[in-house]
Design a protein. Structure first.
Length: 132
């Protein structure tokens, strides 16, 4: 089977969503005994799986974006525990290695919105166009 087939893509999306749900539940319950994670609500915004399901890139965003560097450090410190928990909950041939990254998509969206609302851009869009 070709690795670019839709079935493969659907499978990686499905497993990524399962991993996201498991990690979200672990963090919501407070199962990770870490002071930094206990003090912050953390959203797992997306999990991207590699085609072979051996690697998971986990995008996270602390509530209100506060102390993002500290939260990432705490997650990376507890990666081994989180990998074990995910491996037990998501039955795949191999336990996925987790890599935690800050989700910058919200910041990018805000930046684009700010640019579109700038007076110089608004005049180029004309009066007929609205940016709502």
């Amino acid at each position: 089977m070709n690795k670019d087939t839709p079935e493969k893509s659907v499978r990686t999306l499905r497993v990524g969503e399962q991993v996201r749900h498991v990690l979200s539940a672990i963090l919501q319950r407070g199962d990770v005994h870490d002071d930094t994670l206990a003090k912050h609500m953390v959203s797992i915004t997306e999990v991207r799986m590699s085609p072979d399901l051996r690697h998971a890139t986990v995008f996270v965003k602390p509530l209100l974006g506060r102390d993002e560097a500290d939260v990432l450090k705490a997650l990376r410190t507890n990666t081994a525990y989180l990998q074990r928990e995910v491996a037990q909950a998501v039955k795949t041939k191999y336990a996925a290695k987790l890599k935690f990254l800050a989700d910058e998509s919200f910041d990018e969206g805000t930046h684009i919105d700010t640019l579109l609302r700038a007076p110089q851009v608004a005049q180029d869009l004309g009066e007929d166009s609205s940016v709502d």
